[in-house]
Write a protein that binds this ligand. Structure first.
Ligand code: FMN
Length: 193
């Protein structure tokens, strides 16, 4: 099995979401499993110069900036396609995802690779038989409350790619009761079967 671990917190040292994601990895990893790791803070490109979804631009029409986008996008799509299990850790930033995670989703949404258009014009995810664990952390925002735009968005994007088996581990409202949030999250990790 290949496990793909993606961290997105802008905090490197002392990041709770990164630490919990590591615990999820320790919980699910079997000795022979391979781990692919990606820190979205190490390398990121924002999509520009596009007019439609799916990054559908002929190579001959690509400018230097497009080429940079495609280079990283090709790598991210490859990592996603190769993996069986995906762990994504993400803190809530201003009620939504960290910008790097949104940028990741824009680069991963590739027509013919992670989704396709069906003859009726609807989209269909192409990443089948994968499962995902999402590690969500927050200061004061309650998970799935009407001010949490990260969790429903991230689930929707993964569904859009065809990933439907999704488990959520959360340490939300850490600013209110840090110990309780962490304890709850650790219990959720223990209960992963
Ligand atoms: C730029 C920024 C924006 C934030 N916005 C929110 C927010 O909207 N709601 C919230 O509950 N916490 C917010 N927080 C707090 C983080 O969600 C919290 O510190 C984080 O989940 C901890 O994860 P980490 O230690 O992995 O970075 C914000 C933090 C930062 C740095």
């Amino acid at each position: 099995m290949k496990i793909y671990q993606i961290d997105s917190s802008a905090r490197k040292d002392g990041s709770t979401s990164r630490a919990l994601a590591k615990k999820v990895l320790q919980k699910i990893k079997k000795p022979k499993d391979e781990v692919i790791y990606r820190d979205l803070n190490e390398e990121m490109v924002f999509v520009t110069g596009l007019t439609e979804s799916g990054m559908n631009i002929d190579e001959k029409d690509q400018n230097e900036n497009h080429k940079k986008m495609f280079k990283l996008s090709d790598q991210l799509v490859k990592e996603l396609k190769e993996s069986d299990v995906i762990i994504i850790s993400a803190p809530i930033y201003n009620y939504g995802p960290p910008a790097t995670l949104k940028a990741w989703s824009d680069l991963a949404a590739r027509v013919g690779e992670t989704f396709r258009f069906k003859p009726n014009g609807r989209r269909e995810g192409l990443l089948k038989n994968k499962r995902a664990y999402l590690v969500i952390t927050s200061g004061g925002t309650k998970l799935n409350s009407n001010e949490d735009f990260l969790t429903p968005w991230l689930k929707y994007i993964l569904n859009f790619f065809g990933i439907e088996k999704i488990d959520i581990i959360c340490a939300d409202q850490m600013a209110l009761n840090y110990e309780k949030s962490i304890k709850d999250a650790e219990k959720q990790i223990e209960n992963i079967s």
